[in-house]
Design a protein around this ligand. Sequence first.
Ligand code: PLP
Length: 435
Amino acid sequence: MGKGQELYKKAKTMIPGGTSLLSKRPEQLLPENWPVYYSKSKGCHVWDLDGREYIDCGLMGVGTNTLGYAREEVDEAVIKVVHDGNLTTFNCPEEVYLAERLLNMNPWAGGVRYTRGGGEANSMCVRIARAYTGKDKIAICGYHGWHDWYVSVNLGDSDALSGHLLPGIPTSGVPKGLRGTSIPFHYNDYEELLGIVNANPDLAAVKMEVCRNFGPENNFLEKVRALCSERGIVLIFDECTSGFRETFGGLHMKYGVYPDMTIYSKTMGNGYVIAAVLGKKEIMESAQGSWISSTFWTDRIGPAAALAALDVMEKTKSWEYITEKGLQNKARWQALADKYDLKINQWGIPALAGYTFDSPNALAYKTYITQEMLKKGYLAGTLMYTCLAHTQEILDGYFEALDPIFADIRDFEDGKDVIKALEGPVCQAGFKRLN
Ligand SMILES: Cc1ncc(COP(=O)(O)O)c(C=O)c1O
């Protein structure tokens, strides 16, 4: 057992669930054999606690680092903050510079507030939208974090959220009184949303991801926009994850449909902690009449990192590069599947795309890919968040390594036992309580 697995065993005795982010649990990736912890990182390279080096062609920090790990320009800005002090009685000027920058980028918006996590930014949006409209209910589509207002969706139908990225989210600890306050709707199902709006005159906001797995059809976004405008409902686009991956800002810019509020997070600080809530002037002003305040929302590293990261993004046009590489990945995954006569279903915007085998063994195959790619020095499952450090050479190497693994999967489809080929249990999908 490597040092990482040893440490993880210890972690589970002290940290319930092992880690603070489900997607980084080894049980989700390669149970019992995932290296779990890192000692250092650079570009798309990560070193584990035993000093082994890997190329990250997988989660890339779960989407936090489109510029690669330890990007020099961003780290330099952070190191300057570390030298000058990250927090004082005064506020940091960077939060104003960043607000100016974000508002210039989003001319429809007139105000900015910051949080650090994406989930809390979502909660902030909900509070502001409720304060602005004086109404309570929220219609949701997509993943929006861990807070009560969102998880309460599952109080109605025990797994209504399973169609929104993450199956199995439990409601334990969420007040039952919230039942019915957040109502889910399916992406591209305008009639369903219209029904919810008609049945709930007390709807404060429609909160949704612009798109996650598939793009909009039949002018879905335009219709949602028009409906919200007509009924006085705040339209919130959660761009926590989609932001800065296909445009210099939100994915909504690609579609030319503008929200009343939006959220940027994940990659905005290229791995440093920062999230921003943007909204129309009159809506954001409602924040003044509501209690929204937190000490560490004023730290300096977040906005300083974001300013430097935005500079690098603009200079390199990172969103174009990562989208181009993502499109190439999609074509090459399909070509590999065709070569071995395997059926895969692809999903996701190019810069965070993935595929699922159309087979009852899909999860075992994903585990097998992770296991075999790890042996070849790659952190890779069945999806890839692309970054600037994914050079053509690295991606060529990745596909060369993947090819014989797809050949093995062909053998499994023809009857060879995939479970026997696994050196540990099959990975988990969705949320599960750990033993
Ligand atoms: C669209 C979206 N909203 C909200 C969140 C929650 O952000 P965080 O994990 O930083 O709380 C995520 C995280 O994956 C997300 O993808």
